[in-house]
Design a protein around this ligand. Structure first.
Ligand code: NZQ
Ligand code: ZN
Length: 398
């Protein structure tokens, strides 16, 4: 196990009707005015917007608002939010929505307190902010884990770049997580969310670090829980108890704890960000397609780790069999699981042809280089250079 420093202070307020507490929670922190940030309208349709406004009014909290966050949240709206937040004197950004809204809120929170242009942080992750406005969230989709994470991912739509920025100051002050709010999700979003949660677990799980038993078991338990309950929700989008398990899985998957003491990977995420940047595909859809291809390409780097995954997570019979056969059956079972909850299996199904694959593979490893660096490989378990990435994209193509 590697040394680590763990501090993940986001408060999670979980359960039925908890969104109605938002005004009182903010009041408890001495907040008097917020910037209410939301997406393309789902919260107005579901009635959540009215509940939030009623709760703010009831607690005497003032607000300005900025809706219109798109999936793969855009830099232009972030810049608008920074200006609005300053003009209105907001003390906190209240994000009501999914990962895109929360990430946009975090970018505004960082940008308000940063002297330069906010995009500099995403272009150069070595810049460490010293201050950020607080962010609070009401989560409407379990997926990105941004409700508890230190991360934000923003797209510069004019230049087709999608980059993350991580800082502990960007962890939400509190996040309200009521599984009832997930009932209105379109069925496809369940799959995207589940693929993303599982990927946050895979990115931490597949490692060459030794002596990681406790986190191995925590991750396997989370993965098995998601695999058990996702099909239940797929059959009944209003199953509270099943959504509750997935919601709990989502914020623990990306809260940080499960990655402590182990080298992490993040190759699939970085490869996926190129797909989202160029084709505006849902993050979870890209991950569902790339993950089995990545596993097939890299598993020989650490066969025992992949055997453990196949047996402990995917339920493959591991006795007296060829390890490669066990691993490949595990990957096949993962593909079948993704298909069962409506996820795409190939880049072609996502509407991505082969013409830009080489360009995206090169972009992935040739941007945001450190001084003197000519190529920055992705991943951890196996370092992926552009030729590796292209091979994985091709495996995922059709
Ligand atoms: O915009 P609205 O109208 O609200 O509709 C949204 C959006 O169209 C809809 N939706 C959300 N909750 C709903 C709902 N529709 C009906 N009922 C509800 N309860 O769902 C659509 C997708 O929303 P989005 O916020 O984009 O989804 P998600 O939570 O999957 O977020 C994806 C973004 O998070 C980033 C991804 O890259 C992507 O940009 N990530 C952020 C991370 C982080 N900050 O730590 C880590 C992740 O790895 C990920 O990269
Ligand atoms: Zn993700």
């Amino acid at each position: 196990m590697l040394n680590f420093d763990y501090h993940a202070p986001s408060r999670i307020v979980f359960g039925k009707d908890t969104q109605k507490q938002v005004g009182d929670l903010l009041k408890g922190y001495g907040i008097k005015k917020v910037l209410l940030h939301y997406g393309g309208g789902s919260i107005k349709k579901s009635g959540l917007y009215d509940q939030v406004i009623a709760s703010l009014k009831g607690a005497g909290i003032g607000w300005a608002e900025l809706g219109g966050v798109k999936p793969n949240p855009r830099l232009t709206l972030v810049r608008e939010g920074i200006a609005l937040s300053k003009k209105e004197g907001a003390e906190l950004i209240l994000a009501v929505g999914g990962g895109s809204v929360i990430d946009s809120a975090k970018a505004i929170a960082a940008g308000v307190c940063y002297d330069g242009d906010v995009w500099e942080l995403y272009q150069d992750n070595s810049i460490s902010i010293t201050k950020a406005m607080p962010v609070a969230t009401i989560l409407t989709i379990p997926a990105a884990g941004s409700e508890s994470s230190e991360g934000t991912v923003i797209t510069d739509e004019e230049n087709s770049r999608k980059y993350p920025y991580n800082h502990n100051l960007l962890r939400p002050l509190f996040s309200i997580l009521n599984p009832e709010l997930f009932f209105t999700l379109p069925k496809a979003q369940l799959g995207y969310g589940v693929a993303d949660i599982m990927s946050h677990l895979f990115e931490r799980y597949f490692t060459n670090t030794q002596n990681t038993d406790l986190t191995d078991r925590l991750i396997e338990a989370n993965l098995r829980t998601i695999i058990k309950y996702a099909p239940v929700v797929y059959g009944n989008m209003e199953d509270y108890d099943a959504w509750a398990e997935i919601g709990f899985g989502g914020f623990t998957a990306h809260g940080g704890l499960f990655g402590m003491g182990r080298e992490q990977d993040w190759g699939c995420h970085d490869m996926e960000h190129e797909l989202s940047a160029y084709y505006d595909v849902p993050h979870g859809g890209g991950l569902a397609v790339l993950t089995p291809a990545w596993m097939t390409y890299v598993y020989k780097e650490n066969v025992p780790m992949f055997v453990q995954f196949a047996v402990n997570v995917m339920g493959v019979d591991g006795s007296f069999r060829d390890p490669d056969a066990i691993v490949l059956e595990g990957i096949d079972r993962l593909r079948a699981f993704f298909k069962r909850i409506g996820l795409p299996g190939t880049l072609a199904e996502l509407g991505i042809g082969e013409d830009k694959l080489e360009m995206m593979a090169k972009q992935g490893t040739h941007t945001r280089l450190s001084p003197g660096q000519t190529e920055k490989p992705l991943g951890g378990l196996k370092k992926l250079y552009w030729q590796d990435i292209l091979a994985i994209y091709k495996l995922a193509a059709k």
